[in-house]
Design a protein around this ligand. Structure first.
Ligand code: ADP
Length: 719
């Protein structure tokens, strides 16, 4: 993947100069086709050339009588405002339209927003919670229209020359992404987009950051802002696309003239045949680990990835990697043992794990940590984590999420080693020859591939995103949202089954208890760990919030509506970086009082206030008299504002999968290894049993990614 050139200060100034030039040209030409127009008595005087306009004053009210229109980009397209100012100078009518807004969110908010503008007699409105983009557009449009109605000079939009799409120049715009502002600078000639620069340093590493990296090329290629959002990174993508549309609007473009997003054309693909030593399916943690190890061992690999980017569910891992008897533990005086690691994992997995696999994971975990050191991905910070007897979870020094941290470093290795990654290429079948795995078939965007290989490693992750499979193996989870990445569809399991592989523990599916349902965003365990509580719709606590994931999830499912609210305060927000994302995404509700918060979530205010007071007393006494919670009680919840997020259980990890032996060889229904076929990571079953403990997913991918690579190498050398 290419490196981004940041938008420099110089570029920004160039843009501003270009924009000013464009404006001057317009003023001289006195174009009429403006985005902001006034058609009242003094309509002609509202143009930017007017000298009268600057001195015009409203009659009794603040505005000059007449009709004014203005338009701003909302969530899906323009939000248009028309307002009339009466003879007395007050706003008499406001009409907002926004056909491209989501009907049940932004669309539904338009009427309230109209009323707010009318009531405020101007743009000083509260907006509608949950429809922040539409609200922002309505407010901005009202600002423009009111400025025009006050007779203020308003910058007119550019109008392209006849037959041109744009007024040439560089235009900038910003929009709110997932983690902060996204800035774009778009350079256009009369009819061509010549450059798109996107800057969004605060987007989630290896998720939103991919949209920042990739959408410029897509827009350039399509010569249109109507390109698909990057799957899995829609918030960032939509912010980028809105900013680009806004820049185009400044350039005078008529957005309706751009082609719609292209449907993929079927039937135009070529057939290609490729050869390699090992084909690895899936570029998540396990697949990349295997690819790097095999390349380091001198094997020629092809890594096939269904998505346009690497990382899978691995990117989302936040905690760390469990490992025992590591040099970091020794250096920090932490006593731990491989035996204890095995015992904790078996206990956490309700003793149904395959103990041989658990032993391989525990025994090779310290070597996994050493290997990560060797590729510049050290995990030196060791701490306690749920289900572990000793401090065993290894995390990055700087406190960043382990998944994104590792994926960045794995990507660097892929680049450094020149590993061939076929993106947007979905493996569909395993090729068998004389009873041995001999390659795969895969479907790319422009080609269908036959990839011949001496060995195949499946590293396709779990099946959390495949509802049909979820329901097949665990019918009661029908309709449950998932935290899984978009490519996690169970493909590896289906392909392996097709060539006779056995499957294990398929009904063992881990729920995470705090998942926001509209966005499927996982609210990290640290929020409860730092002191948040869960309440039901009746405003009451119902469980020790820090019991294991399965128990808390089951507790939630017993409540009214099968959901709960996670409640925290300002002190907790300030102590936990992750919360800013929840706030900026708009999934939190907040209020200055507990009663105010209760009203917003439809809970009885007195009951919620009572619940919090009681909880705060328990914290003060360090004794939870209702549910016996004894952790995450360092701080009470008493610092306004107060926050709530509505949550319910979500599918988090599928513990079952393809059966493997201790060499990561795939085992057939007859109990024999399938020659040449290996699997590692979430696609396999048996390591985690009935419940995966935190820190073991990363241990699994690193250890078994390396084991699979090692076994494939030995297998090839023995042929
Ligand atoms: P693990 O943690 O086991 O490494 P991840 O979820 O991190 O699993 O990664 C699995 C990767 O496999 C994802 O990037 C996913 O998009 C990819 N993948 C899934 N199915 C296919 C397929 N049929 N072809 C290619 N890649 C796939």
């Amino acid at each position: 993947m290419k490196k981004r050139t940041p938008i420099t200060r110089q570029d920004f100034w160039k843009g501003i100069v270009a924009a000013v030039l464009a404006l001057v040209i317009l003023v001289v030409l006195n174009f009429t086709n403006s985005q902001i127009s006034g058609s009242g008595k003094d309509a002609s005087s509202y143009s930017t050339t007017s000298t009268e306009a600057a001195s015009a004053e409203g009659a009794e009210g603040s505005y000059i009588p007449g009709e004014y229109t203005a338009s701003e980009l909302g969530f899906g397209g323009p939000v248009e405002l028309t307002m009339t100012v009466g003879e007395a100078g007050g706003i008499e009518t406001v009409k907002l339209t926004g056909d491209a807004e989501t009907p049940e969110v932004g669309g539904a908010a338009l009427e309230t927003l109209q009323q707010q503008i009318l009531d405020a007699q101007g743009p000083e409105i509260d907006g509608v919670s949950g429809a922040s983009l539409t609200s922002g557009a309505a407010k901005a449009a009202a600002e423009k229209a009111c400025a025009a109605a006050r007779g203020e000079e308003v910058a007119e939009a550019a109008t392209p020359a006849d037959g041109a799409l744009f007024v040439p120049g560089t235009y900038e715009a910003s929009d709110k992404g997932f983690g902060g502002d996204i800035n774009v600078a778009v350079t256009v000639t009369d009819n061509e987009i010549t450059e798109v620069k996107i800057e969004g340093d605060h987007e989630t590493e290896n998720i939103g950051s991919f949209a920042v990296e990739m959408l410029d090329d897509r827009i350039m290629e399509a010569q249109s802002p109507n390109v698909d959002a990057l799957t899995g990174a829609t918030v960032t993508s939509n912010a980028i696309l809105r900013a680009v549309k806004s820049a185009f609007t400044q350039a005078g473009a008529d957005l309706s003239k751009f082609p719609a997003a292209q449907e993929e054309e079927a039937g135009e693909k070529t057939d290609e045949t490729l050869d390699c030593d090992v084909v690895i399916v899936g570029a998540g943690g396990a697949g990349m680990t295997a690819a790097i190890n095999l390349t380091q061992a001198g094997k020629n690999v092809i890594l096939v990835e269904r998505m346009p980017y690497v990382g899978g569910n691995t990117t989302k891992a936040t905690g760390g990697m469990n490992a025992a008897e590591t040099h970091y533990q020794a250096e920090q005086g932490i006593e731990d043992s491989v035996e204890q690691f095995i015992e904790d994992t078996m206990k956490g997995g309700h003793e149904i794990n395959n103990k041989d696999l658990v032993t391989v994971m525990a025994e090779n975990s310290a070597a996994g940590i050493d290997w990560l050191d060797s590729i510049g991905a050290p995990l030196p910070k060791v701490s306690f984590s749920g289900g572990a007897t000793n401090a065993r979870i290894h995390a990055p020094e700087d406190g960043s999420g382990v998944g994104a941290y590792l994926v960045t470093r794995f990507r660097q290795q892929l680049d450094k080693l020149g590993i061939n990654v076929l993106y947007e290429t979905r493996a569909t079948h395993i090729l068998m020859e004389d009873g041995k795995a001999a390659g795969i078939q895969a479907e790319g965007k422009t080609a269908n591939y036959t990839i011949n290989a001496g060995a195949v490693i499946l590293a396709t992750g779990g099946f959390g995103n495949n509802e049909e499979m979820i329901v097949k193996y665990k019918p009661d989870l029908k309709g449950t949202v998932t935290t899984s990445a978009p490519g996690i569809m169970g493909d590896g399991i289906v392909m392996a089954e097709e060539v006779g592989a056995d499957l294990v523990d398929m009904d063992q599916i881990q729920l995470h208890p705090t998942v926001e349902q509209a966005t499927s965003m996982l609210i990290t365990e640290s929020v409860r760990g730092d002191g948040a509580i869960l309440v039901n719709q009746e405003g009451k606590r119902f469980i020790n919030e820090l019991l294991t994931r399965d128990v808390v999830s089951a507790g939630e499912l017993e409540q009214t509506g099968s959901y709960a609210y996670i409640i925290f305060d300002q002190r907790l927000r300030e102590g936990l970086k992750a919360i800013e994302k929840y706030v900026s995404t708009g999934i939190t509700v907040q209020a200055d009082t507990i009663e105010g918060l209760a009203e917003q979530i439809g809970v009885d205010p007195a009951t919620l206030a009572d619940t919090l007071n009681t909880w705060n007393t328990y914290v003060a006494n360090q004794k939870d008299e209702d549910f016996g919670r004894d952790t995450g009680m360092e701080n009470d919840l008493s610092q306004a504002p107060y926050y709530a997020i509505k949550i319910a259980p979500g599918i988090h990890h599928t513990m079952g999968g393809v059966k493997i032996d201790t060499s990561a060889e795939v085992i057939s229904k007859e109990g024999e290894p399938i020659p040449g076929l290996f699997a590692a990571g979430e696609v396999t079953g048996g390591v985690h049993g009935g419940n995966r403990i935190g820190g073991n997913a990363v241990a699994d991918i690193v250890v078994f990614g390396r084991v699979a690579a090692d076994s494939a190498e030995k297998y090839l050398d023995a042929q």
